[in-house]
Write a protein that binds this ligand. Sequence first.
Ligand code: ADP
Ligand code: TPW
Ligand code: MG
Length: 580
Amino acid sequence: MADAAVKEKPASAPETEQELTDGFHLIIDALKLNGVKTIYGVPGIPITDFGRMAQASGIRVLSFRHEQNAGYAASIAGFLTKQPGICLTVSAPGFLNGLTALAHATTNCFPMILISGSSEREIVDLQQGDYEEMDQLAIAKPLCKAAYRVLHAADIGIGIARAIRAAVSGRPGGVYLDLPAKLFGQVMPAEAGRKSLVKVIDAAPAQIPAPEAVKRAIDVLKSAKRPLIILGKGAAYAQADDAIRTLVEKTGIPFLPMSMAKGLLPDTHPQCAGAARSTVLKDSDTVMLIGARLNWLLSHGKGKAWGEAPKKFIQVDIEPKEMDSNVEIAAPVVGDIGSCVKALIDAMGSAPPKAPADWTAAVSAKREENVAKMAPRLMNNNVPMDYHGALGVLRSIVKERPDAILVNEGANALDLTRGIIDMYQPRKRIDVGTWGVMGVGMGYAIGAAIETAKPVLAIEGDSAFGFSGMEIETICRYRLPVCVVIFNNDGIYRGTDVNQGGGTDPATTVFVKGARYDKMIEAFGGVGVNATSPDELKRAVNAAMDSGKPTLINAVIDPGAGSESGRIGNLNPQSKLKKK
Ligand code: ADP
Ligand code: TPW
Ligand code: MG
């Protein structure tokens, strides 16, 4: 790998016969040695030449229009591949733009490395006003798992090795790597440079659970009358798909997938309790969490959503501190999910705990009832479309193309898509994650298309899309097979809100009425379609998925169809004085 190192001699030292290398080449060599194939970023001082040289060396370097989107692409690359996604930014403002995505990666447990150029240490530290001056390391630290700075070319190898190991080992997360401008041009003997590189061996070592912990978990499951398994995105990340399926099927326990764990087992699996969510949360007596935290997305494991009856929790997670975060965990199983699930299956042997038949029958009945209730709404052909009519056709398209990646963000556009579109394969649904963040859309679409070479369907609220919309140029430039469907209801939640002050400004949640987002992509040579009915939508999406051409479909949705904050309106603080 190190043979890409520079063979030139610097003009200033003609007397040395030694081959030399420099920071630029050592960073590239160190990344390649550790299997990095792709960098997502935005060029500029001090990393412009670095990007060019990385591209010349065979690394795929994707230039974005905004670092945040490059960062989101890197973060989802980490989720999809279990290798840290790399984002490359310039100093201060570029770094800050990338930082949201680094914090997002950390929050969502995705391995990612934000590599940022930075300004002269001597000037920054004396606050003498350098070009793009900022103490980036200090600012990154609280937002990531680990933050490192490399000052000497000879330390590049070890610096990159540390960053990679920190990102993927244990609970994965974001890592910051600070590379001051001066480092790139530092020279050193090529042979010493080669020797300084470090190939990370076993970057994410298996973490085997204690046999007593496994036994305790099985004992708890054995005493359960109404057991439930909750699969989270940690389970999807772990790529232990077969073992998880075996555990679920051997025990017959109903399972509930969290949003990004949908498809780990198909949503149409007979044990899937997705369509009976509120019933299983309330009525279960024993809950086994696999790679899912008891955070707000699960109502912290207590309160109304979880019903009156006492529950016992089993939690499988690599992070010991996660146990007892919100409620008592009766059986903590700490280790990596692949090893833990295998240990559970092995210890169960030929006598696995079985979910009682009255419970599984009750869950199935509830699920069938809810599915039947929803069915007619999905077949409506209303114009203007409502979410259900539009999602009814998209649901069939995903069923016919189960290997496509579904990107999803928005409020109603998110919640209804998650509930309606069944997923069939692991790691095919990627969305707003733990923070419910808007803006991941186009970065995720690009990252997913690059990392998987599969077609991507992005279902976006019109507001959500706006956060990363400029990246449709990037999608067109790299000719990625991405079809963006914008659920255009003229605004945030609904397009019907009015300014309560009565002035001429529009209400805070509404946008230009009748906007034609499809025209945006035409500026860059992509295909734009305005779809006003489910039939038109179906035709346009099928054509896009068949052709693989970058496409943006403006799906016109009834501005009154959505509800405030989608499914999480209850989290809105209310003024008691409002109605005075
Ligand atoms: P969701 O949002 O789907 O409920 P969370 O992001 O809350 O999922 O939880 C993911 C959990 O998975 C985190 O607690 C994280 O520590 C854990 N995790 C991630 N990767 C692994 C792994 N390989 N083995 C075990 N646990 C993991
Ligand atoms: C980074 C707050 C949550 S959902 C949403 C916003 C602005 C947009 C909802 O409108 P959209 O969907 O996308 O048109 P729909 O179908 O309901 O009309 N800033 C960030 N993240 C979040 N979550 C917000 C703001 C928000
Ligand atoms: Mg909207």
